[in-house]
Design a binder for this molecule. Structure first.
Ligand code: SF4
Length: 332
């Protein structure tokens, strides 16, 4: 339940705004001039707001699509990301959004058309080049779909082009837009995955792993391309057994003909974000192993990340066809 919704005056009559508001008949609605009045306020507590987040509906005016950070890619020559929303209804302990924003409120940008326009401009500007666009960087791309209908809009309006790939990264079971539409060669629905026992501890409020696998199975059975994202890989004493089991279960369940790619990334944080999140969970198991700092990034000390990535990659290599892209987001 969202008790309060802030709406920017400029978009108060947009049909999409009205449609979202119609889903919250009992909420208090407050009109504001700029979302930053609420979202960027000083002295906010992310953890406190997370208990009772409010919703902000706003218009984004620039930076609809941004260059993806180093290591974020599926092998295309250009990688970009876009976020129609900031923050998430889930509460993963390692989520970098907790360190990125001081507010845990949900901020939704309702001018979806402007995101698509900028994507189309980038495609024209980079004619002939392969490009991947990622949705789900500052949010989970599908978790709020029942409210936003963003994926539904996207599937009805996106530009089909052989060189272009779009990835929806998610942990959500809200796959209805994909069930209603015909599968597309260009679109990948990529699930972030952890062994079940680790997901229970760290993927707070996110759907259980067996349910995510069920969605993957359903999507491949309809011919949608999927991605498996083992990112972050989380270390514990039992990691070899649990990751082997997880990978085997997934590959047994899904139709691997529709497996587009598998990626691995170790648990890692930029320095500032590491400090903020570490302070939020003093003594938590997530930070109980030694971390090292290299180039302003914190990750597991020693050979752990290298060992985890090569172990999991080997299992995948043995089990999937050669044309599946397998890569790591860290250089191993
Ligand atoms: S699903 Fe992704 S965006 Fe949402 S809380 Fe977890 S890590 Fe953060």
């Amino acid at each position: 339940m969202i008790n309060t919704i802030y709406v920017e005056n400029e978009i108060k009559d947009y049909s999409r705004t009205l449609s979202i508001l119609s889903k919250f008949k009992r909420s208090r609605i407050i009109y504001i001039n700029k979302y930053s009045e609420i979202f960027n306020k000083k002295n906010q507590s992310f953890r406190l707001q997370k208990k009772d987040p409010l919703l902000i509906l706003a218009k984004k005016n620039n930076n609809f699509v941004l260059k993806a950070p180093e290591g974020f890619g599926l092998g295309a020559s250009k990688n970009y990301y876009f976020s129609h929303m900031y923050n998430c209804i889930y509460d993963c302990k390692y989520c970098f959004l907790q360190g990125l924003y001081s507010s845990a409120n949900y901020l939704v940008f309702v001018n979806y058309e402007d995101f698509l326009n900028q994507i189309n401009n980038l495609v024209i500007r980079n004619k002939g080049k392969s490009i991947t666009f990622f949705s789900g960087y500052d949010c989970d791309s599908l978790a709020m779909e029942k409210v936003t209908s963003f994926a539904d809009f996207f599937l009805k309006n996106y530009l089909e082009n052989k060189k272009i790939t779009y990835e929806f990264r998610t942990k959500s079971l809200q796959i209805n837009p994909f069930l209603k539409n015909k599968p597309s060669e260009n679109i990948i629905i990529a699930y972030s995955l952890l062994p079940g026992d680790l997901a229970q501890k760290f993927d707070i409020k996110a759907p259980a792993i067996n349910l995510r696998i069920k969605s993957l199975k359903q999507l491949t059975s309809l011919g949608w391309k999927i991605g498996l994202r083992f990112d972050p890989l989380i270390y514990n004493n039992n990691w070899k057994i649990s990751y082997k089991e997880l990978i085997s279960t997934i590959l047994d369940e899904i139709n691997t003909n529709y497996l587009h790619s598998v990626s691995f990334g170790s648990l890692r944080f930029p320095k500032q974000i590491f400090n903020t999140i570490n302070n939020m969970y003093p003594g938590d198991e997530l930070f109980s192993h030694d971390f090292k700092k290299k180039d302003n990034v914190y990750s597991y000390k020693g050979e752990i990340e290298k060992e985890m990535i090569s172990y999991c990659k080997n299992i995948i290599h043995k089990k999937v066809k050669k044309d599946v892209h397998i890569f790591s987001c860290t250089p191993y």
